[in-house]
Design a binder for this molecule. Structure first.
Ligand code: ADP
Ligand code: MG
Length: 708
C-alpha cells in the first residue's frame, strides 16, 4: 500500500498531536512531516568538548560547559512591575560563573533549580571585572558513561521559541520526534537531484544527507550532509531564477534598436568630459541588449558618484535614435528635478525635447506634457512615479529607466510593462547606488542581467572621514566656519527613523535652532529640508542650497539619494551611530564631487555599541562601497541580514546563507547555468527530477511581467 507520510499533517507524527501541531505551525511554519524533516539543527552539541569554567576567558568564542546551579537571584520587581532579570551562579570543579537572563524568565526560573546540573552554551563577556554569560542556551547534562554509542557524539540543537519550550517541545523531545519522522519517511524520500549531478559534484544522496544532518556520526559526515543540502537549496534557487530569465528573454520580444542615432552622437561629441572605461563598457552592454530583439531587463550598479546619470542619458538617446521615447523615473521630487536640470544640460546640443512630470506639476502643464508624450513630440520624460500613472500614455515608449530601484516596488515597475508598443513592452534598466555584495545580488536580482560601473570619474578626491563626540562641537563649528569662509557649503544630516519619528523631528528642530544660533544671519544662511514640509518649502530650501545662496543645509535623510552640489565640501552626520553602514556611505558620497578637499564628520555619542563603533571605524578606513557592503553583510551576519533581507529573497533559505556560503552559491549558479545551457527547457529525460522540484509552490514567483 502506498502511503504519503511526507505530505501528512504534522499532527499525525507520533508524539505530536493537534496541540503541538498547532504550535509547530504557528511558531515554525511546519505544516507537514516533510516540512519537519527539512527543519535543520542550527548547531550541534559535541559531547567531546566541554570546557572547564576555569579555562573560559572573556575573549573566548562560544563555549560549552557543564555546571551545577549554586544560587539563583531574582531581584524583587518594582511594585506592580514584572520580573526584569534573573542571575544565577553556577560552578564546576574548576570555578564559578554568573549567568544573566532578561527574557523568558519564568521558564528559566523553573529550570534553574539550585543543585541541578545543566549543559550551558554561549558567548562569555566581561562585566564589572568578571566573566559572565548573558542568555546561554541550556540543555540536559551529559551523563558520563550513559552515552548512547549509536547516537554518535553530536546531538542536533534546533532553533526554538519560548512557547515551544513551554509546551514541552524541548531539545530532547525534538530529537525524539525527528527520529520518529525519519524512521517513518526515509523509505518515501525521493532524490531531488538527477544522478549525473550527484556523481558530478560528489554529493551525498538525499536520504543519507537528511539522516546525517539530524543525527551526524561525526564531523566529516556532518560536513558532507551540510554541503549536499546547501548545494541543493542554492542550486534550485539559482536554477529557478535563471530559467525564468531564460524563458522571459526568449518569450518577450524586444523593440529593435539597432542604431545609435544622431542625438546620441550630438550629445556624446559635446560631453564636457571623457566617459570612464566602465561607463563606456556599460553603454556597450546596454546597446547589445537593445539590439538583440529581446527585451532588456538589466540592473546597473554603481557607487554614488560613479556617473550613472550619463549612462541613463546616452541609453535614452539610443532609444530616441531608433524612433522611440524614453522615461527616467526617480524616487523623489527633488531628485527628479535635479535629474531634469542635468539632463536638459546634456541634451542642449541635441534637438530632443525633455519634460519634467511630478506630483506637483501644475494641471495645465501636465496636460501639455500628456499631449506631448502621446503625439511623440516629447522624447524623454523625467519624473517621479507620477510617470507611470494610467493617465500617462506614450506614443511609443522604448526604454524605461528606474533610478534607485530599491525605492520602487515591484508593482510600480510592473506598470511600466503596460506601456507597450504594439504589444511589446519597453526595455527596462534599473539603476542602484547601493552596492550589494555580489552573492546577494546574484540572489536578489538573479533573474536580471547585471552591469557594474566599478570605476570613478577621474579627479575624485578622497573624502577625509573622522569621528568626534559632542565635546568637540566647538571645534567642529569653527571648522565649518573656515570652510564656509573658503566659499564651500556644508550638509548637516539628522537621523530619521520610523519608530522614533517624533523624537527625531524634535532633535532635528533643536539641532537647527542651535545651528542658527551658532551661525547667525548675517552673514550665515542656514536652509532646512525635511519630510514634513510642503513640496514648495522643500524646493525653495533645496534650491537655495543648490544655487549657493545658503551655506548650510540641515536635513533628514531626504538628501540621501542623488542630489548633486559639487560646491559642498563638508558632510556632518549627527548621531552617526544610528545610521546603517550603507546609509552612511551614501551620505558621504554627497561630498567630494567638486575639486575641493572634502570632509565627512561623524558626530557620535560617548557610549555606542560595539557594532556601531565598528561601523564608524570601518567608514573612516575605506571609501569602497563594495568593501563596506561585504563587511556590513558579514558583521550583521545571518541573524540580522537574513531576518530582514531574507524576506526580500525570492525563495526563503532553510540551511544555506547568502552571507556565508558565497562559494557554494557561485558554484551552484555556475552549475545551474551549465545545466540550462545544454537543456534550456529542461525537457530531457535525465532532468526530469529538476522539473519536479521546480514545480513546487515555493518556486512560483510573481514574474513582474505578469502583474497588471
Ligand atoms: P551617480 O548618479 O552614479 O551617483 P552622477 O551621474 O550624479 O553619479 O555623477 C556624479 C558626478 O560626476 C556628476 O557631477 C557628473 O557630471 C560627473 N561625471 C559623470 N561622469 C563623468 C566622467 N566620465 N568624467 C568626469 N565627471 C563625470
Ligand atoms: Mg544618481
Amino acid at each position: 500500500m502506498y502511503t504519503d507520510n511526507l505530505n501528512s499533517d504534522i499532527q499525525f507524527l507520533q508524539g505530536v498531536g493537534p496541540k503541538r501541531a498547532a504550535l509547530l505551525k504557528k511558531e515554525l511554519e511546519i505544516e507537514t512531516i516533510g516540512d519537519f524533516i527539512r527543519y535543520y539543527p542550527f548547531r550541534y552539541i559535541d559531547r567531546s568538548t566541554i570546557t572547564p569554567i576555569g579555562e573560559i576567558r572573556s575573549e573566548s568564542a562560544y563555549v560549552q560547559f557543564q555546571a551545577q546551579v549554586l544560587s539563583v537571584n531574582v531581584p524583587a520587581p518594582a511594585s506592580g512591575g514584572k520580573m526584569k532579570r534573573i542571575s544565577a551562579i553556577v560552578g564546576d570543579s574548576s570555578g564559578q560563573m554568573e549567568l544573566v537572563f532578561f527574557k523568558g524568565l519564568k521558564y528559566i526560573q523553573e529550570r534553574l533549580q539550585v543543585g541541578s546540573t545543566w549543559l550551558f552554551f554561549g558567548k562569555p563577556s566581561y562585566f564589572n571585572g568578571r566573566i559572565n554569560m548573558v542568555h546561554p542556551e541550556i540543555d540536559s547534562p551529559i551523563v558520563q558513561g550513559a552515552n548512547d554509542k549509536s547516537s554518535g557524539v553530536m546531538t542536533g540543537v534546533y532553533p526554538s521559541t519560548e512557547k515551544l519550550k513551554n509546551a514541552g517541545i524541548t531539545g530532547k523531545v525534538m530529537n525524539r520526534l525527528m527520529s520518529n519522522a525519519l524512521n517513518l519517511t526515509l523509505p518515501e524520500i525521493k532524490e531531488t537531484l538527477p544522478d549525473y549531478i550527484i556523481r558530478d559534484k560528489g554529493l551525498l544522496p538525499l536520504k543519507t544527507a537528511l539522516l546525517n544532518i539530524h543525527f551526524p556520526k561525526d564531523a566529516y559526515s556532518l560536513d558532507k550532509a551540510t554541503y549536499r543540502l546547501k548545494f541543493e537549496e542554492l542550486f534550485f534557487l539559482q536554477l529557478s531564477l535563471l530559467k525564468q530569465k531564460y524563458v522571459r528573454s526568449r518569450a518577450e520580444q524586444g523593440l529593435p534598436m539597432p542604431k545609435v542615432g544622431k542625438a546620441f552622437n550630438d550629445c556624446y561629441n559635446a560631453l564636457p568630459y571623457e566617459l570612464t572605461g566602465a561607463q563606456k563598457r556599460v553603454i556597450r552592454e546596454i546597446h547589445t541588449d537593445l539590439k538583440s530583439g529581446h527585451q532588456m531587463n538589466r540592473l546597473l550598479q554603481g557607487d554614488v558618484g560613479s556617473g550613472k546619470t550619463m549612462v541613463a542619458v546616452l541609453s535614452s538617446l539610443i532609444a530616441i535614435g531608433n524612433g522611440y521615447q524614453a522615461c527616467i523615473m526617480a524616487p523623489t521630487e527633488v531628485l527628479s528635478q535635479q535629474h531634469f536640470a542635468n539632463i536638459s544640460k546634456y541634451l542642449a546640443p541635441t534637438d530632443v525635447k525633455v519634460a519634467l512630470l511630478t506630483g506637483s506639476t501644475k494641471a495645465s502643464e501636465r496636460k501639455k506634457i500628456h499631449q506631448g508624450l502621446l503625439d511623440g513630440s516629447i522624447g524623454i520624460v523625467v519624473g517621479t512615479h507620477a510617470l507611470i500613472e494610467d493617465t500617462v500614455q506614450f506614443k511609443n515608449l522604448g526604454l524605461a529607466i528606474v533610478d534607485e530601484q530599491h525605492r520602487f516596488g515591484v508593482e510600480q515597475r510592473a506598470r511600466l510593462w503596460n506601456k507597450t508598443v504594439g504589444g511589446i513592452p519597453p526595455h527596462v534598466l534599473v539603476m542602484t547606488a547601493t552596492p550589494i555584495p555580489r552573492t546577494l545580488a546574484m540572489t536578489l536580482y538573479g533573474d536580471l542581467d547585471v552591469s557594474v560601473i566599478d570605476e570613478m570619474p577621474p579627479g575624485r578626491k578622497p573624502v577625509l572621514t573622522m569621528q568626534i563626540t559632542e565635546r568637540r562641537r566647538y571645534a567642529l563649528n569653527k571648522f565649518m566656519k573656515d570652510q564656509i569662509a573658503l566659499g564651500r557649503q556644508v550638509f548637516v544630516v539628522y537621523p530619521l527613523i520610523f519608530e522614533s519619528e517624533k523624537a527625531d523631528y524634535a532633535n532635528l528642530e533643536k539641532g537647527y535652532e542651535k545651528l542658527v544660533e551658532d551661525f547667525p544671519f548675517p552673514p550665515y544662511k542656514v536652509a532646512i529640508v525635511h519630510g514634513k514640509q510642503t513640496n514648495d518649502e522643500k524646493n525653495f530650501n533645496m534650491s537655495a542650497f543648490a544655487g549657493g545662496r545658503a551655506h548650510i543645509l540641515v536635513s533628514t535623510t531626504v538628501i540621501e539619494v542623488g542630489v548633486d552640489v559639487p560646491n559642498a565640501s563638508v558632510m556632518v552626520i549627527e548621531s552617526a551611530e544610528r545610521f546603517g553602514l550603507s546609509q552612511l556611505h551614501q551620505l558621504r558620497g554627497r561630498v567630494g564631487r567638486g575639486s575641493d578637499k572634502s570632509y565627512c564628520v561623524l558626530v557620535r555619542g560617548d557610549k555606542v555599541s560595539k557594532e556601531s563603533a565598528k561601523r564608524l571605524d570601518l567608514l573612516c578606513q575605506t571609501e569602497d562601497g563594495f568593501v563596506l557592503a561585504e563587511e556590513d553583510m558579514k558583521m550583521r551576519g545571518p541573524g540580522d541580514l537574513e531576518g530582514t533581507q531574507q524576506s526580500g529573497l525570492p525563495v526563503s533559505l532553510n540551511i544555506a546563507s547568502v552571507a556565508k556560503d558565497g562559494r557554494i552559491l557561485q558554484d551552484a549558479r555556475d552549475y545551474a547555468e551549465k545545466v540550462l545551457e545544454s537543456d534550456p527547457l529542461l525537457s530531457s529525460q535525465r532532468n526530469e527530477p529538476l522539473v519536479q522540484e521546480l514545480g513546487k509552490d515555493k518556486y512560483r514567483r510573481d514574474d513582474f511581467s505578469n502583474i497588471s
